[in-house]
Design a protein around this ligand. Structure first.
Ligand SMILES: CC(C)(COP(=O)(O)OP(=O)(O)OC[C@H]1O[C@@H](n2cnc3c(N)ncnc32)[C@H](O)[C@@H]1OP(=O)(O)O)[C@@H](O)C(=O)NCCC(=O)NCCS
Length: 388
């Protein structure tokens, strides 16, 4: 019998994780965004999210996240033109879409499309920084077309071609509904894209950076990020929040609903956050848009149910809403089907994911943490007939 492996001496030089979920680990330096969880503050490259939501367009935010500065007018025009002309799906993507519209859920479609169309990028396997930038912009431009084409096909409608005269947000609503959108709806959509565009080292961004750190290509990193976003503890929460609003149905049902869920130790989706111990600043902005969009469409019922759930969840559990909670009522009032809410999160987060992937490539070391082994120590092989 071989000697048992000695337990490894404690590695004092390696900082150990003291909390599950890597809460106390700083995984990278980044210039893209920053959060103060106690103050409830979020900045993209130094600009407060409130200022960006009020003054910027999504296209300006894309430029900011990727270049580290706000664009001049001519820089913005150039980027806007590039994005508007890159919206069309590749011939392979167009061919694949009807099958996915028949068989796949929206997030599975998105994950598959990004992966499946990767070899059809005009820059091919060119991994130079300039090619990476163009690939990032094409992903940002094409994701809305993937979501809208998918939805049109699955509902038996004709795919609406992209309109290069429209902004990213306006074009999304145009391709989804086939009608020129109302300017206030476009503003609400655009603000939602800005709010979802980046959020430091969240689970999907970390996933993308890990994949990029092996020098795998941009499409692989983004495919992984989409897969990670899908879960209800991350991007899937806005859809779960919408289902909850429908189940609650009236503000007066909120108290009992929340009490029942908490008694069963179930999560209230759209509440709580790994970083914010106070109100998520994005939730405050979405809340305002939930009320405004509801008023503009003559239906504030979703806002009222949401507010009742917010009040009772705070009273009963001390939890604040996160970005996904009021996003649900905004999207619902804008006529967005519930199962497209997480894909919309993905189309906006594409801006941040790709910026982080490029940042990772620019200063890379493979991300490879260690683990503490807590299983049995070395033991002899048991022949199959001797096993208990
Ligand atoms: C976001 C989230 C995953 C953060 O998780 P976390 O930092 O690990 O927080 P924990 O899960 O450790 O929660 C700490 C405590 O608050 C509770 N809690 C956190 N969020 C909760 C929620 N939404 N509903 C009910 N209880 C919640 C936990 O059950 C735990 O309670 P306990 O101490 O009595 O066991 C968590 O808040 C959550 O699951 N929220 C719902 C999903 C969601 O909205 N996700 C989108 C995030 S932007």
């Amino acid at each position: 019998m071989r000697p048992r492996r000695q337990a490894a001496p404690e590695r004092k030089d390696v900082p150990h994780v003291t909390e599950k979920g890597l809460r106390d680990v700083v995984a990278a330096d980044t210039k893209v965004s920053d959060i103060d969880g106690q103050l409830g503050k979020l900045w993209y490259v130094g600009y407060p999210i409130e200022d960006l939501a009020e003054h910027a367009t999504f296209e300006e935010v894309v430029y900011l996240l990727h270049h580290g500065e706000l664009p001049t007018r001519s820089q913005l025009d150039e980027l806007t033109r590039f994005l508007a002309h890159e919206r069309k799906l590749s011939p392979f993507g167009t061919k694949m879409m009807p099958t996915l519209a028949d068989t796949a859920s929206p997030m599975s479609m998105l994950r598959t499309m990004v992966s499946g169309t990767s070899t059809f990028d005009p820059d091919g396997w060119d991994e130079s920084p300039d090619a990476q930038y163009r690939k990032a912009m094409r992903l940002i431009a094409r994701t809305p077309s993937m979501i809208t084409s998918y939805h049109r096909l699955r509902t038996g409608q004709e795919v609406v071609p992209p309109n290069p005269r429209l902004s990213n947000a306006a074009n999304f609503l145009w391709m989804l509904h086939g009608e020129e959108p109302d300017p206030d709806d476009v503003k609400a959509m655009d603000v939602s894209f800005i709010l979802y565009a980046d959020h430091t080292m969240n689970a999907s961004t970390f996933t993308a950076r890990i994949i990029a750190s092996t020098l795998a290509d941009m499409f692989s990193a983004i495919t992984g990020a989409i897969a990670c976003l899908k879960g209800p503890l991350h991007g899937g929460a806005n859809e779960e929040a919408m289902k909850m609003l429908e189940e609650v149905a009236k503000p007066e049902n909120a108290e009992g609903y929340v009490a029942d869920r908490l008694a069963r130790k179930e999560k209230i989706f759209g509440f709580g956050h790994a970083v914010y111990t106070t109100m998520d600043p994005r939730a405050a902005i979405f809340k305002d848009y939930s009320r405004r969009t509801g008023e503009a469409h003559g239906d504030t019922s979703w806002y009222e149910i949401s507010e009742a759930i917010e009040e009772t969840t705070f009273e009963q559990k001390g939890l604040y809403p996160n970005v996904d909670f009021y996003a649900a009522s905004v999207y619902h009032v804008l006529g967005i089907p519930t199962d497209l809410m997480t894909p919309i999160f993905a189309l906006a987060r594409m801006a941040g994911w790709t910026a982080h992937v490029r940042e990772q490539y620019a200063d890379n070391r493979v991300i490879r943490p260690d683990s503490d082994y807590v299983g049995p120590s070395e033991r002899p092989w048991d022949p199959i007939d001797d096993r208990a």
